[in-house]
Write a protein that binds this ligand. Sequence first.
Ligand SMILES: Cc1ncc(COP(=O)(O)O)c(C=O)c1O
Length: 440
Amino acid sequence: MSEESVKFNHSAYNLQSWSKQRGLDPIVVDKAEGIYMYDASGKRYTDMSSQLVNLNLGHGNRAIIEAIKKQAERYCYIGPSYGSEPRGELAKMVIGLLPDNFGKIFFTNGGTDANENAIKIARMYTGRNKVFSRYRSYHGATFGAGNLTGEPRRYPLEPGIPGFVKFFDPYLYRERIEFPSEKAASEYYVAKLREQIVYEGPDNVAAVVLETVTGSNGVIIPPEGYLPGVRKICDEFGILLICDEVMTGFGRTGKMFGFENFGMKPDMVAFAKGVTCGYVQLGGVAVCKKVADSFDDRFLSCGLTYSGHPLACAAGVACVSYYKEHKILKNVAARGAELKTALRSLGEAHKSVGDTRSIGLFSAVELVKDKRTKEPLVPYGKDPDGVMKRIVGELARRGFMTYSHENMIIVAPPLIIEKEQLREELAKLDEVLYIVDKSL
Ligand SMILES: Cc1ncc(COP(=O)(O)O)c(C=O)c1O
């Protein structure tokens, strides 16, 4: 099929996510290998966002492809109540990666329904109905997960589900209070959260849900002591702590799971994306032993036709094995350190860069009109003149493919990126930031 026909079908018959539908002009990917994609004319594009921060091991990984093929030859689908080798094996592998308080996995199709089921399980376990989550967060687009979500993608679902309460993130760059240390900031945010929980009635609160490191909403890294502080409040009131590790799980932050960076153990972990790197869609919620055991004699009112799909789980087994066998975390540590240093330099060199934040190979460049006032390059929730779209377009013209959110550019390449490849791409970012500087 010609490139024109693919584009026509895409725009004429397909509704594209999170977009106005007029004037779409997608790049048609002809083939993809490692961190690169190619169009029909052979032009190369570098995947600097790992697609939607899911393609951790890059395109064309033979081990994953062969595992899917092998399972497809055996059988492609079997219902959730049948025993299936890849399903059980992957559940065991993921539990093996988590702290010793974890017991079982409920598999889902992706991250949204992982969060949906996590809050459902928390409500069944505690018999309470309220759920706390943060404003600067994305947890999915369906009703439950969409109501957990704090950012503007929540608005079409409003008026929201009663009992979904929002609290503030520890977004230090935009905090008006100047704290003497990260610890002091954590104490403040944790105390405010505790106060809010008290006002809402702690006996009504089933769970606190948070992205361990806030992802799309700006790679907001929790300050020292914050997550252990939230853990302490949850323990005090018998509230379950759910970490949404849909983006941060499977090596993105330099640890297998993001919370390992912060000295805290959650009660549940929602995961997706990196578990199969998108080769087949899969998500899941890992549940601690005490919660898992409570369903021994209580009906687990959760279900999906494709819970633990054999092809997805076979891909998952191959992915998790690959992370371990190829010591992917080692590469994340080395490249992550280079990325952090390079972004810091870009922050110093460019007047349009207000802040850069990174952990592992997970980073955001926050653009401002004025470094001193920190006025965002585009107002919150709006970009009427398409400023960010143009910046992402300039990057794409140079073959640097990523996406923006609010006034941030997300930089999150596949975890297999090599030193020279990273250096080459960051030079393109530097070039585009000069254009942004000039526009101010
Ligand atoms: C932190 C987080 N949670 C949940 C989701 C939703 O996952 P999915 O799109 O697989 O349903 C996303 C998607 O980007 C995410 O970043």
